[in-house]
Write a protein that binds this ligand. Structure first.
Ligand code: HEC
Length: 133
């Protein structure tokens, strides 16, 4: 009896491991960052944007998460993002960025956006807990 149970568990373990393996093969490959993205990444770090903003939920919580701002229908335009970067608001300081720095920050945020979703929509969650691409 015990033997049958062990065999069943081991078989199930291999079936599930195989399923996870297939799932991990289908995962999107990260897109290589180009020069503009890399310089935006540097500005992001040098200007400490992460102390107030999160990427994938990591960072400060004074400002909003910016992981997927670039694909947001209302906020994803260059103009919208650059307006905050250029002037700041009463809550976000004006960091006196150059036009070049803002352009590369926008490239960086667009690149981050393509890497995945911060909030996984309900319809993208498979019953096993994996993501449906
Ligand atoms: C001192 C904290 C702080 C720092 C540092 C900061 N921000 Fe912000 N940021 C905020 C806050 C707070 C808001 C929300 C502003 C509002 O609603 O008035 C914001 C808003 C934004 C928005 C618009 C977000 C939206 O959902 O509308 C963008 C884009 C942005 N910040 C980019 C940046 C970038 C890029 C940097 C680094 C160069 C940066 N921020 C640095 C606090 C900060």
């Amino acid at each position: 009896m015990k033997f049958k149970l062990w065999v069943t568990l081991i078989i199930l373990f291999f079936i599930y491991s195989f399923y996870v393996y297939i799932y991990s093969c289908s995962e999107k490959q990260p897109i290589q960052p180009n020069a503009s993205v890399l310089s935006g990444w540097k500005v992001w770090q040098n200007k400490n944007c992460h102390t107030c903003h999160q990427l994938y939920g990591l960072g400060g919580y004074m400002g909003p998460d910016l992981t997927n701002i670039a694909s947001d229908a209302n906020k994803g335009s260059d103009e919208y993002m650059k307006t905050f970067m250029k002037y700041g608001t009463d809550k976000m300081p004006n960091l006196h960025l150059t036009e070049q720095e803002m352009t590369s920050l926008v490239s960086f945020l667009r690149w981050v956006d393509k890497s995945g979703k911060t909030r996984v929509p309900r319809e993208s969650v498979h019953w096993t807990g994996t993501y449906i691409f």
